[in-house]
Design a protein around this ligand. Structure first.
Ligand code: F6R
Length: 605
């Protein structure tokens, strides 16, 4: 949600800011702007729309000379996406410019006081209070001014600030929103996300809540909330530049779908050594855990749904699931025997962070499964297991989801062994199964062109149903989300046995039903549900195992995945569902990597 970048160096800053914003565009893409500090004056350019429009308006940044600048790409929360509401915001006296990611929750109260004091507001944003507060409290010292305004703000923010009285400097501070400082040679940067930095540097510092940074071309000074200078470790980002580029693919989403075998392998291989699962330094007292609660949002939650089946099956520990946005306000029944598993690709999802804090306060131990190193969720958790998916740029997650599922699988087998719930031979069979997943995912990709052709029969539909039972149902949930978010076709997932309790009324001649029938234990029951919908006119696309002749006879169309006699087989089903959503969206001319109304990394509640 919103991306911010800052640059100070010897070169013109605006072209660098534009490049950085392009890398962050997946965080928000309804309006954008740049502020450049040049000869004691702040110049601002803003546009409604994409970074391409900002490029055009500034002639690739050349119309904005100056070596110190900040930029913003927006996902509107307070106020419509207009030029006026776009960031950066400028103070009335023109001395300060601010970019902001997050939400200032007490902005109404601050705004009324500032209006009473004579400040004039131009926009409807919550952010604008920050720039007027800077003007109000600045007495020639940015450090004390930043501390002062931080004490007045409630909510979440990552802020980038320019001040005309501080040439060549940018200031940055944060509270509950990500902010990373990049260390270059003769130039330094900040950004919401490392993807905006890796073209320039792999050396970064993760700013923590309450800290603020003073950035010049030659150095970065960091101060704690009391104003004392502190030294922080420099981390090396091991994502390479190509990982954040399209690399010849038409869309990031397709690239990321095809990267899944590699991403899953990178997540698995370092953790299986000498016939044993080594889960980093995880030393949870599993014996003392009476319940596992999984929480997350969106696809990460659906990965949790699939994870529940495997953890319960192998570990025989009850697993509950709750959406993070609901969990926080549900007065959850949790104690110190509860293990909370938190799933998040970005590690910055506001609802997930809030739910996690709530459960921690009630005594739960927290295990985070996260992709982004140094993210808020990774830092907050008692234990963290990273997925090694690499940067995920497409707004719709693909490899983020499969690697989350992979870590849940690893955890399930690891915990089952520690708890003595599986025998040695089952354990080693499960390890072999895990190690064979990357190759089988690769084989599943062979269906690519068949799925592309099948999509041609379905892309004009207004509405689709995804059905399945048990693990197939868990995968159907994610399949339907993929379809609706990138193709804008209404898609509902249903537990196949539940359709007849109401929803079957919506099935009529030609209604597409995508039926997942890979789970061999329950396949016969799903087949009956396929017959029920077919006899009401549905057009059924079945996803099944490649030797399943019975289902092939029942369905109108079929897509198969390799036969995999393992509790981990469901992971293969997601490939056809992702590809189907991708090709349906492509045939409909949708903006696949940046679907309407969405943004990656949802840092607002
Ligand atoms: C859907 C999607 C979202 C995210 C959700 C949680 O394709 O990407 O539903 O899964 O916003 O995001 P993270 O995993 O970053 O917490």
């Amino acid at each position: 949600m919103c991306g911010i970048v800052g640059f100070t160096g010897m070169d013109n800053a605006a072209p660098n800011i534009l490049e950085g914003l392009e890398k962050l565009e997946y965080r928000g893409y309804d309006s954008a702007g740049i502020a450049v500090l040049n000869d004691g004056i702040i110049n601002i350019t803003k546009v409604t729309g994409r970074i391409a429009a900002l490029r055009e308006k500034t002639e690739n940044g050349e119309l904005m000379p100056g070596t110190t600048a900040i930029g913003h790409t927006r996902w509107a929360t307070h106020g419509a996406p207009t030029d006026t509401n776009a960031h950066p915001h400028l103070s009335n006296d023109g001395r300060f410019a601010v970019v902001h990611n997050g939400i200032i929750e007490n902005y109404m109260e601050l705004k009324s006081k500032l209006i009473e004091s004579g400040y004039i507001f131009e926009s409807e944003t919550d952010t604008e209070v920050v720039v007027h507060l800077l003007e109000k409290y600045y007495k020639g010292d940015m450090h004390s001014c930043i501390r002062k305004i931080a004490s007045k703000l409630k909510g979440s923010y990552a802020l980038g600030i320019l001040c005309t009285e501080n040439p060549n400097k940018i200031f940055a501070t944060k509270q509950s929103s990500p902010l990373i400082l990049g260390i270059g040679a003769g130039e330094n940067y900040f950004a919401s996300d490392v993807t905006a930095l890796i073209n320039y540097t792999q050396n970064v510092i993760y700013l923590e809540d309450g800290e603020f940074a003073e950035i010049t071309p030659d150095e970065i000074k960091i101060f704690d909330c009391a104003g004392y200078e502190i030294k922080k470790p420099v981390s090396r980002v091991n994502w390479d530049i190509q990982a954040a580029e399209k690399g010849g693919y038409e869309h990031f989403m397709l690239k990321e779908i095809t990267e899944q075998p590699r991403a899953v392998k990178a997540t698995l291989t370092p953790r299986i050594k000498d016939g044993k699962i080594m889960l980093d330094n995880l030393n949870i007292e599993l014996d003392g855990i009476s319940k596992i609660l999984i929480t997350a949002c969106g696809s990460a939650y659906y990965a949790g749904c699939a994870g529940k089946y495997i953890i319960e099956k192998l570990c025989r520990i009850p697993v509950e699931l709750q959406l993070a946005s609901e969990l926080r306000y549900s007065d959850p029944i949790i104690d110190n025997k509860t293990l909370l598993i938190v799933l998040s690709q970005s590690g910055e999802t506001a609802d997930t962070i809030a739910a996690m804090k709530e459960c921690s306060q009630r005594g739960a131990k927290t295990l985070a499964i996260v992709n982004v190193v140094g993210s808020t969720i990774a830092n907050l958790a008692d234990y963290t297991l990273y997925t090694h998916a690499g940067p995920e740029i497409a707004v719709a997650t693909t490899k983020g989801y499969t690697t989350q599922l992979t870590v849940l699988y690893l955890f399930a087998v690891y915990a089952a062994e520690i708890l003595g719930r599986i025998e040695a031979d089952e354990y080693s069979k499960l390890l072999d199964d895990l190690m064979s997943i990357p190759k089988l995912l690769q084989n599943t990709m062979d269906m690519n062109s068949k799925i592309e052709n099948t999509a041609k029969k379905y892309y004009t539909s207004d509405s689709m149903f995804f059905i399945g039972r048990n693990t197939d149902y868990a995968l159907a949930l994610e399949g339907a989300l993929k379809m609706k978010e990138i193709s804008y076709i209404h898609a509902e997932s249903y537990a196949a046995g539940e359709l007849k309790h109401g929803t079957i009324a919506l099935i009529s001649e030609g209604t597409p039903v995508i039926a997942l029938a890979c789970n061999q234990d329950i396949k016969e029951k799903t087949m009956s549900n396929i017959v029920e919908v077919k006899s009401r006119g549905a057009r059924v696309l079945a996803v099944s195992l490649n030797d399943d002749k019975n289902i092939a006879m029942l369905a109108n169309d079929i897509i198969t995945v390799p036969k995999f006699d393992s509790p981990f087989a469901p992971i293969l089903e997601i490939i056809p569902l992702q590809l189907m959503a991708y090709y349906v969206a492509k045939l409909n001319g949708c903006d696949i990597d940046k679907p309407k109304n969405l943004a990656k990394s949802v840092t607002v509640e």
